[in-house]
Design a protein around this ligand. Sequence first.
Ligand code: WT7
Length: 635
Amino acid sequence: MSYYKIGDLEQYFKHYKKSVREPRKFWGKIAEENFVWYQAWDKVFDFDMEKHDIKWFTDGKLNIVKNCIDRHLSKRGEKAALIFEPNDINEQAQVISYNELYVRVAKMANVLKSQGIEKGDRVCIYLPMIPELAIAMLACARIGAIHSVIFAGFSAEAIKTRVEDCGAKMVITSDGGFRGAKTIQLKNIVDDAIKDLSSVEKVLVVKRTNEAVQMKEGRDLWLAPLYEVAEESNVAQIMDSEDPLFILYTSGSTGKPKGMVHTTAGYMIQTAYTFNNVFDYKDDDIFWCTADLGWITGHSYILYGALLNGATTVMFEGVPSYPNPSRFWDIIDKHKVTQFYTAPTAIRSLMTEDYSYITGHDLSSLRILGSVGEPINEEAWHWFNDFVGKKRCPIVDTWWQTETGSILISPLANVTPTKPTYATLPMPGIQTVLMDELHNEITGNQVMGSLCIKFPWPSMARTIWNDHERYVQTYFSDFPGCYFTGDGALRDEVGYYRITGRTDDVVIVSGHNIGTAPIEDAINQHPAVAESAVVGYNHDIKGNGLYGFITLKVEGTTRDRENVKKEINQLITSHYGPIGKLDKIQFVEGLPKTRSGKILRRLLRSIATNRLDTFGDTSTMINPEVVQGIIDERQ
Ligand code: WT7
C-alpha cells in the first residue's frame, strides 16, 4: 500500500486514520518510496517534548536538490522546470529545462564555494523575482549553506536586522529590480543595510536593470564573470535530515522578527506530498503560484514542492496590474497554466476591474484554483469560481503558516467537496484541535476556539534562529503540549474548518503577516510622537488595513498634522517597508490603558472596525474619559 497519492475521499479518511494511529509507518513509507537518500534514517521521529526538540528521519542522509533536480534528469531532462515571465511584456519569457537548471545551479553552487561559502554558512538573498533567485536558493541547498531570502520590498533596516540576526557571510542581490512601471535599486539598499555589519564578507551582484551601482573593493563582486568560468557540474553535499535548509523571518508580537528554521528531510517530504495532493498534480501540468519567493508560499510551492514532483513551475517578475489589469489572465493563456494559486487580496483587487480585462482570454487550460494567505471572503470566492474557474475548477483554500512549512488544512482538489470560505479538512498527519479559554480541547462539531495542533509534523519549523526559548514561549506555552497557531477557527457540522483570523497582535495585510509592534517602533521614532497603537480593520481590497492611534508630545501638537502623517508613513517605509504603511491615522488625546499600563488594543480594534458593541469589559481601565473622544473622531 502506497500513501503518497490520495485518490478519493474514502482513501483520504483511511490515510488520515493511518497517519494518526501509525505515524511512523505512514511517513516512513512516503519517505522511502518517493525520494532518494544517501543513507536511510534510523527513526522516523524522535521528540523530546520537555525541550521541544523535534527530529524527523533521524540520521538520514540526503540532499534536497538531488531530489529536486538530479533524479529527474534521466526521465525528464528536457522537460521545462521553470518558466520565467518577465515584468516587461516585450521581454521574452525564458523556459529552463531540468537539464539546464542542473547546470545553472551547479555553476552557481561552484561560484558560492569559490567565494568561501561552506556547509552551515548563512547566505541572505535579496533579489527580485528572476531565475537567479530560484537558482541561488537551490545552489545554497546544494552545498549545504543555509539560505535566508529577504523579500525585495523590505527596507534597508529590515535587511539589517535579518542579516545581523543570522550572521550571514554573504548577501546575494542585484543592481536593481523591475516591478510594474518602477525600478527598485536593490544594491543601494543593501549597501545601506550592511554598512556596519562585520559578518558580511562578500556581496554577489546579479545584473538585471543596468542601474549604476557602487562596488566596494574586496567585498562586492559581479556574478557574471565568476559564473562564466564556473564548472558545469557539482557533487551535492551530503546533508543530515535535521541540518537546517533555510531561515525565513516572520513577524511576531514583539518588535524583532522571528527567524524560523526549517530543516531538510521533513520539509522536503511534506512540501512534495502536499503539492502533489492539494493540487492534484499530473505530469503535464503547468503550475503557477503568484507569490514571491521571498515568502514561505514561494519557497514551498513555487520552488521545492513543485520541483520535487518534477513539475513545471512559473515564476512571474511583475505585478497583476502592469501593464494593465489583464496581466494574470494573459499569463494563464500564454503559458497554458493548469493550476493557478494566488491570494484573496489579488482576487479582490482584480474583481473591481472592468470585466473586459478578463473576457477575451482563453482560461480553458485551468484545472484547479488555489487561495492562500488570509481568509477568503464569500464574494471573492464566488468571483474566483465564476469568472476565473468558470465553475469547473475546484478552489483549494489552503491554510498554513511560515512556521508550518507546508499546507496543513485544505481541500484536496478533485477529492474534497469544497465549501466557500472553508479550508475544510486537515491533511493526513495533522492533528488539529480547537481549545477553549481554559485550555481544554473542545470536542464535537459546530464549535469555535483557538486552533492548535497536538502532534508534531515533518515540515514544522524546529526553532527560532538563536532563540529556542522564544520558540517554546511563542508556540508551546499558551496551550501546553500543543502547537498554538495564533489563529481562531470554527468547525462546522461535518468537521470542516473555517479560519476566523489572528487572535494576537499580528495583522494579515494583503496576505502578508505584519506584526504591529515593529510598525509602532517605527512610528515612535517621529520626534512629535509620544505613543502609538496600531490595529487592523476590515479593508475591501487588502482584507485588513492598518489603523494607527497616535498621541503627540505637547510640542508636537502645534505641527501641521497632515505633514506629520506623511512623515510617519515615510518612517515606516524606511524602517520596515512600504507594506507596513498606515491606511488610517488618528491623533488622539490619550490611548486607553489598563491599570497596569497595558494599551487596550481590543477596544481600539472595536473602534477601528466600527463594532462598538464588542467593547467587552472596560472595568480595568485607568482613563475611561479618553474613549468618547476617540469614537467621535474616528476615521
Ligand atoms: C497566517 C500565516 C502560509 C502562507 C502565507 C502566509 C493566515 C494563511 C490562510 C487561509 C485563512 C490564512 C493565518 C495564518 N492564513 N492562509 N487559507 N485562510 N487565513 O503565511 O505570513 O506565515 O501567515 O496567515 O492567519 O496564521 P504567514
